[in-house]
Design a binder for this molecule. Structure first.
Ligand code: RB5
Length: 151
């Protein structure tokens, strides 16, 4: 199967982690689109969450990796975009389940602080997992229905 394009984005608080992830996944053969930010200068995480989520929701061939200090603000903002299924993850196990059960198309990570080895394990688990469908599809469809109902 063709590798998805990975859209990465972060605010200043997760800039270092975003740069690390970019190099990591490029090293694994993925094409990366960098939605910013491009320095440690203070910015607002919703701007980058929006960019990543719009890119991912608009394409079946893209998946997103997003960061802010805690990961909380970025995940809340990303999930405002219809079609975004952004999961704030802190372990490789939850990374795997966020795809297998929830079909998460955006992985959100806390960048302050982050540990390279742990981030690597989480990203690897997330990219290596597949949505299982079945009863989980029924549930994800219900999320989409909620989205349509309140649009
Ligand atoms: C920025 O200082 C910080 O508030 C932001 O990165 C994030 O943690 C918000 O959820």
């Amino acid at each position: 199967m063709k590798k998805p394009v990975i859209v990465v984005g972060s605010d200043h608080a997760a800039f270092g982690m975003k740069e690390f992830i970019k190099e990591l996944v490029e090293g694994w053969g993925y094409t990366v689109e960098d939605a910013g930010t491009y320095s440690r200068e203070s910015v607002d995480y919703p701007d980058y969450a929006e960019k990543v989520a719009v890119a991912v929701a608009g394409s079946r061939h893209k998946r997103g990796i997003l960061g802010c200090g805690t990961g909380v603000g970025a995940s809340i903002a990303a999930n405002k975009i219809p079609g975004a299924l952004a999961a704030l993850v802190h372990s490789p196990r939850i990374a795997r389940l966020s795809v297998e059960h929830d079909n998460a198309n955006i992985l959100v990570l806390a960048g302050r602080p982050y540990r390279k080895k742990e981030v690597e394990k989480i990203v690897k688990a997330w990219l290596g997992s597949k949505f299982q469908g079945g009863r989980h599809l029924r549930r994800v469809k219900k999320i989409k229905a909620i989205e349509r109902k309140y649009r």
